[in-house]
Design a protein around this ligand. Structure first.
Ligand code: NAD
Length: 716
C-alpha cells in the first residue's frame, strides 16, 4: 500500500500499475466530501511524481463507485461569494485535470453507481469499464445546477454534443447497455470482473494494442462542427429541453449554453466557461430550493427509517374497499411483495379492483419494469374477499371505504372483531379525525391513519396520522408498511385534513373566493400552471372529485369554522348539487372526453358560464399577481399554522408533504421555504393587502413575530 487514508487507498502491483481504491471509512457509500477530494489530490500528487508508473486504475471497495458529491457539505460552497466558489471549483478541476494529464493510461473500474462527481472522475480517465448492473449519470440539473467538475466539457467530447445534452439536461441514471451504446464507456462486464477487465485494458495499452495518447489528444481538442451543423444540433436540443424544463428551471438551458460554447473552445477555456455558468446557477434561488428539497427528502427518509427500525414487518395485509383507493392500495402492496386481502361488499367492485390491478401490472410489463412471472406473482398476491374469513392472520388492515364517519366507524368496529389482538387498523380517510374514528374501538392504541394519495401507484406520499391514543408500535408498523410499499411516509398529528388536505382546502377556499368575484377559472388555472403547479385549482378539483371536495370541505369548515366556513353557495357547492362530480362522471368545471388513448381530456363546456353565474356576487379585475397571491397566501399561512400547532414536526416534513402530496412547485422548495425566500416581512405585507378577504389571509401572531425578528423556518 503506498497510500492509506480515510477515503482513498493506493496499491501498486509488480508491473507498476497503481490501483486507487475509493473506500470512505464509516460510510456505506463513497461520496465526494472534502476528505475524499483532499486525499485524492494528495494521491494524484504522489502518482505524478512516481517513477516509471505504468498505469492507474480507479476502483471502489464498496458496492457503489461514487454516488456523487456530499450535498450536505457542498451546500456550504453555494453560500460562498463568487470568487471563493470559483476557487473551490478550480481546485477540484485541478485534481481532475491532473488525472487526465498523468504520464500513463488511466482506467475507471465502475463496479456500481457512479453519479455526478463520481462520473466526472470516470470522465477524467482515458478509459472506462462498467459493470452490467451499474448505472452512471450526471443528475446535477435536478438540483438546479449543472456538472461542475468538467462534465459539461468532457462528456460532449466523448459521446457527442447531442447525446451529452440529453444526458446532462435529463439527469437520468443510465444503464450499462445505454452507456456502451452512446460511447460513454468502453466495455461492460459482470460486476465481479470489473477490476480484472480494467487491468486487462491497461495491459493491452502497455502491449501497444491501444493508443491512449492519441485518444487523449483527440478528446482534449475542440470539437469540429460546421456553423450550420452546430446551429442545428443546439437549436434542436434547445427546443426539446426548453419545452420540458419550463421557465422555472434554468439549469438545463444553462447547461446547453455552456456545452455549446465549450465544445469549440480549448479544454482549459471550456472548463473556465463551465465554472462561470456554474457559479451563476449555484447562487440562484432555484438551486437553493432544489438542494434544500434534496436534503429534506433525505431527512424525512431518515426519520421514517427511525420509526420503522423496531417494527416487525407486515407479512400479510388487508384492505377494506376495492374502489379507487382500495384497489390502488392492493396493487401497490402486492406488486411490492406484501400479499393483501382485498375485501368489499360488492362482487362487481372486487372485479373492477382486480381488473385495474391487472391493467397496471400489464403496463409495467410493457415498459419492461416487471417480468411476466413477477406480475403473475403480484396478481396472485391479491386475494379478493367478500367476508372476513382469513382476517385472523392479517398484520395490518387499511380501511378505504366511503368517506362517511358513521360508515367508517361501524366498518372499523366490525373489522376489529375479526383480527388478531396485535393487528393494526389504519384508515385511509382524507379528512376525518383519527381520534374521532377511534372512539368506538376496543383497541384504539392499535389504530392510526394511513392516508394515501390518488393515484396510489404514482403518488409518493403517505401521511401516517397519530391519533390521541395511537401507540408508537402502531405508527412504527404503519410507517414500515408504507416504506415496504415504496412510499415516502410522513408522520403527522391528528386534525381535520391532517397536513396535506388541511393546507389544500384553504388554497381551494382562496379559489372559491375569486370565483365569487367573477374570476374566470380558466384564467386562474392557466396562471397557476404557469406559476409551476402541475394543474390549476379548477382542474385539480375536477380530478379530486367535486363530491369528494364538497364533503371534505364540510369537514374542514366544521374543524376550522373561523376561516374555512363560507356563507352561501360557492362554485363547488353548485357543481355538487348538479352532480357535476368532475372527471369521474365527465363534467365538473370542465367537460371530459376520451382522448386517442382513452384517457379523459378536459375541454371547455360553454354551459358552465350560466351554471356558475348565480354564484358570482361581484366582478373584480384580477391581475396574474393578484391570482397568485390570492391562491398562495392561504396555503402558506395554513402550512405555518400546521407547524406551529405541531401537526407536522418540521419545516422539511411540511414542505415535502406538499411537494409529494399535491405537486407544490418544486422550484419554490415548499410553502415554508417559499416564505423564507420571500422573507416573512414581505409576505406579511403582501397578506395584509388582502386582509379584507378574511381570516384565511391573516398571518398568525407567530409569523409576525418571526417577521419582526428576521427569523426563518429553515433557520438559515
Ligand atoms: P370508492 O367509492 O371508489 O370506493 C369505496 C369502496 O368501498 C366501494 O367499492 C364500496 O363498495 C366499498 N365499501 C363500502 N362499504 C364497505 C364495507 N363495509 N366493507 C368493504 N368495502 C366497502 O372510494 P375511494 O375514492 O376509493 O375512497 C375511499 C377512501 O379513501 C375514502 O375515505 C376517501 O376519502 C379516501 N381517499 C380518497 C382519495 C381519492 O382521491 N379518491 C384520496 C385519498 C383518500
Amino acid at each position: 500500500m503506498i497510500f492509506e487514508g480515510q477515503a482513498v487507498k493506493v496499491a501498486m502491483d509488480d508491473a507498476r500499475v497503481a490501483t486507487v481504491t475509493l473506500d470512505l471509512v464509516g460510510e456505506s457509500v463513497n461520496k465526494f466530501n472534502s476528505v475524499t477530494l483532499n486525499e485524492l489530490a494528495e494521491v494524484i500528487a504522489i502518482l505524478k511524481h512516481t517513477d516509471d508508473l505504468q498505469g492507474v486504475i480507479f476502483a471502489s471497495a464498496k458496492d457503489v463507485f461514487v454516488v456523487g458529491a456530499d450535498i450536505t457539505e457542498f451546500t456550504t460552497w453555494f453560500k460562498l461569494d463568487d470568487e471563493e466558489l470559483t476557487d473551490k471549483l478550480r481546485h477540484a478541476h485541478s485534481i481532475f485535470n491532473d488525472i487526465s494529464h498523468l504520464c500513463c493510461p488511466t482506467v475507471a473500474a465502475i463496479n456500481g453507481i457512479a453519479l455526478g462527481g463520481g462520473m466526472e472522475l470516470c470522465l477524467a480517465c482515458d478509459y472506462r469499464v462498467m459493470a452490467e448492473s451499474a448505472k452512471i449519470g450526471l443528475p446535477e440539473t435536478q438540483l438546479g445546477i449543472y456538472p461542475g467538475w468538467g462534465g459539461t466539457v468532457r462528456l460532449p467530447r466523448l459521446i457527442g454534443a447531442d447525446n451529452a445534452c440529453e444526458w446532462i439536461c435529463g439527469g437520468a441514471q443510465k444503464r450499462s447497455a445505454d452507456a456502451l451504446k452512446d460511447g460513454a464507456v468502453d466495455a461492460v462486464v459482470p460486476a465481479d470482473k470489473v477490476q480484472e477487465s480494467a487491468r486487462h485494458l491497461v495491459q493491452q495499452i502497455l502491449d501497444g494494442k491501444l493508443n491512449y495518447r492519441q485518444r487523449r489528444d483527440e478528446l482534449r481538442a475542440p470539437m469540429q462542427f460546421s456553423p450550420i451543423e452546430k446551429m442545428m444540433v443546439f437549436e434542436s436540443v434547445r427546443g426539446v429541453v426548453g419545452a420540458k424544463a419550463g421557465k422555472h428551471y434554468p439549469a438545463p438551458m444553462a447547461a446547453i449554453k455552456t456545452i455549446e460554447k465549450g465544445v469549440s473552445q480549448e479544454m482549459e477555456k471550456a472548463l473556465e466557461t463551465e465554472i462561470k455558468g456554474f457559479v451563476k446557477l449555484a447562487k440562484g434561488p432555484v438551486a437553493e430550493s432544489l438542494v434544500n428539497l434534496f436534503l429534506s427528502d433525505q431527512a424525512i427518509k431518515k426519520s421514517a427509517g427511525k420509526y420503522a427500525k423496531n417494527a416487525t414487518p407486515v407479512k400479510q395485509a388487508a384492505v377494506l374497499g376495492a374502489g379507487i383507493m382500495g384497489g390502488g392500495v392492493a396493487y401497490q402492496s402486492a406488486s411490492k411483495g406484501t400479499p393483501i386481502i382485498m375485501k368489499d361488499i360488492r362482487q362487481e367492485a372486487l372485479e373492477l379492483g382486480l381488473s385495474e390491478a391487472n391493467k397496471l401490472l400489464n403496463g409495467q410489463i410493457e415498459r419492461g419494469r416487471l417480468t411476466a412471472a413477477k406480475a403473475l406473482k403480484a396478481m396472485n398476491g391479491i386475494t379478493p374477499a367478500l367476508s372476513y374469513g382469513e382476517f385472523d392472520h392479517v398484520d395490518l388492515v387499511v380501511e378505504a371505504v366511503v368517506e362517511n364517519v358513521n360508515v367508517k366507524k361501524s366498518v372499523l368496529a366490525e373489522t376489529e372483531k375479526h383480527i388478531a389482538e396485535d393487528a393494526i387498523l389504519a384508515s385511509n380517510t382524507s379528512t376525518i379525525s383519527i381520534t374521532e374514528l377511534a372512539k368506538d374501538l376496543k383497541r384504539p392504541e392499535n389504530f392510526c391513519g394511513m392516508h394515501f394519495f390518488n393515484p396510489v401507484h404514482r403518488m409518493p406520499l403517505v401521511e401516517v396520522i397519530r391519533g390521541e391514543k395511537s401507540s408508537d408500535e402502531a405508527i412504527a408498523k404503519t410507517v414500515a408498511y408504507a416504506q415496504a410499499m415504496g412510499k415516502t411516509p410522513i408522520v403527522v398529528n391528528d386534525c381535520p385534513g391532517f397536513l396535506v388536505n388541511r393546507v389544500l382546502f384553504p388554497y381551494f377556499a382562496g379559489f372559491s373566493l375569486m370565483m365569487k368575484e367573477g374570476a374566470d377559472f380558466q384564467q386562474v388555472d392557466k396562471t397557476m400552471e404557469r406559476f409551476g403547479w402541475p394543474m390549476g385549482p379548477a382542474y385539480l378539483l375536477d380530478v379530486v372529485g367535486i363530491d369528494t371536495a364538497f364533503h371534505a370541505d364540510q369537514v374542514m369548515a366544521e374543524g376550522f369554522p373561523d376561516r374555512m366556513k363560507h356563507e352561501g353557495v360557492n362554485a363547488v357547492d353548485c357543481l355538487f348539487k348538479l352532480e357535476r362530480f368532475g372527471q369521474k362522471n365527465g363534467k365538473g368545471f370542465y367537460a371530459y372526453e376520451p382522448d386517442r388513448k382513452g384517457k379523459p381530456k378536459k375541454i371547455f363546456d360553454a354551459d358552465i358560464v350560466d351554471i356558475l353565474a348565480p354564484t358570482v356576487a361581484s366582478q373584480t379585475e384580477l391581475s396574474e399577481d393578484d391570482i397568485i397571491a390570492r391562491m398562495m397566501i392561504p396555503l402558506c399561512i395554513e402550512t405555518a399554522r400546521c407547524l406551529e400547532e405541531n401537526i407536522v414536526g418540521s419545516a422539511a416534513e411540511a414542505d415535502m408533504g406538499l411537494i409529494y402530496g399535491i405537486g407544490f412547485p418544486p422550484y419554490l422548495g415548499g410553502a415554508l421555504h417559499y416564505l423564507d425566500q420571500m422573507g416573512l416581512q414581505a409576505f406579511c405585507e403582501l397578506a395584509d393587502k388582502y386582509s379584507q378577504l378574511g381570516k384565511l389571509y391573516e398571518p398568525t401572531a407567530r409569523m409576525r413575530e418571526m417577521a419582526t425578528n428576521n427569523e426563518t423556518y429553515y433557520g438559515n
